[in-house]
Design a binder for this molecule. Structure first.
Ligand code: XMP
Length: 326
């Protein structure tokens, strides 16, 4: 049976062997996987590592600040933050098909990492050399769902696996590629990461982009970001954060239904709540949330999010549905 410290020792040695004396960058998403991958690589090669946090404009409320503060404070790892939101939004204009969204986001991530790599080289001055290695927090389930497992079908292209461009200019370092989330959390704790990072609920790399069903626009992102913040706030207030695996909040942007608010007819879009419980995200069940929590979320979202006049609950397990809608 494995222990977290055995895996850490093994991986640290493997990473040192692969990377040698070279510079490495790590794409940080704010989630537990990339944070643990970064902490492992940092233990292995120290200052040769620079983390890159890309703000693709598809993040949730407060996420940029959280990563900048929490992660850097906890680990002391060098961090470059890049605001690429306009770039991503432009590339995604008019796109509605889920796999195309995923491929575009995956490619844009890499192009942004390349930009960051040039920045790392420039900052190193004369002794600066090319950055050859990119660390990713890819887990075993990401590989399987992207069709990388033994004979597995492509269910959806996770941004850091099936969504990668063909002309990838980096060698990938993926120390978590054979692991499941619970193992990754154990390793994170063993490496001294704080609970706020280790126990964060999963959030997909493509972010809110795959939770807007339809075209991604700034206005729709703003709306969904608000609804998501409300749902998270109420779930936290009810003390349910560790009971559920995650709760995607989805905007059915092209669906409209009739409502009434203050004597006025409304014609707005529904928000879907998708609370799930799961062990490893390979299968999941819908969470039986208390009615009063659902009610509080619904009331607040319809009151506070202009353009949303209905909140619905997704009561499907995985399979046959997946956790995310796209
Ligand atoms: P699905 O929707 O496939 O999701 O049931 C399983 C778990 O993976 C997360 N997810 C992703 N994570 N990049 C990620 O880093 C992705 O492209 C991606 N797609 C889905 C999802 O939130 C759930 O926890």
């Amino acid at each position: 049976s494995w222990t977290a410290s055995d895996i850490i020792d093994q991986q640290v040695e493997a990473i040192r062997k692969t990377v040698g004396p070279h510079q490495v960058i790590c794409g940080l998403s704010g989630g537990v996987d990339s944070a643990v991958a970064a902490a492992l690589v940092h233990r292995a090669v120290g200052d040769q590592l620079t983390c890159v946090f890309v703000d693709h404009g598809l993040l949730r409320k407060g996420e940029v600040e959280q990563v900048k503060h929490d992660f850097v404070q906890a680990t002391g790892i060098k961090l470059i933050a890049i605001d690429a939101s306009q770039d991503f939004l432009t590339a995604l204009k008019g796109v509605t098909e889920p796999e195309r969204k995923r491929k575009i986001i995956g490619e844009k991530f890499i192009r942004t990492f390349e930009k960051a790599a040039r920045q790392v080289v420039a900052q190193a001055g004369e002794k600066g050399e090319e950055v050859r290695f990119l660390v990713q927090g890819t887990l075993y389930p990401d590989v399987v769902e992207s069709g990388g497992g033994d004979g597995a079908a492509n269910i959806k292209s996770h941004h850091n696996v099936g969504g990668l461009p063909a002309d990838l200019g980096f060698t990938l370092v993926e120390p978590l590629r054979t692991l499941f989330k619970d193992e990754v959390r154990a390793i994170g704790t063993e490496l001294g990461l704080p609970d706020e990072i280790v126990w964060r609920q999963p959030f997909p790399g493509p972010g809110l982009g795959i939770r807007i069903i339809g075209e991604i626009t700034q206005a729709r992102l703003d709306l969904l970001r608000e609804a998501d913040a409300i749902a998270r706030e109420e779930l936290t207030k009810a003390g349910l954060d560790r009971d559920i695996w995650q709760c995607p909040v989805v905007l059915l942007a092209d669906v409209h239904s009739v409502g009434v608010q203050g004597d006025e007819r409304t014609y707005g879009s529904p928000i879907v709540l998708r609370p799930v419980s799961s062990e490893d995200a390979m299968t999941a069940d819908w969470s039986r949330l208390p009615y009063d929590v659902l009610s509080a979320i619904s009331t607040r979202i319809t009151n506070e999010c202009r353009g949303v006049n209905r909140v619905v609950l997704d009561v499907t397990s995985k399979p046959p549905a997946t956790i995310e809608w796209e």
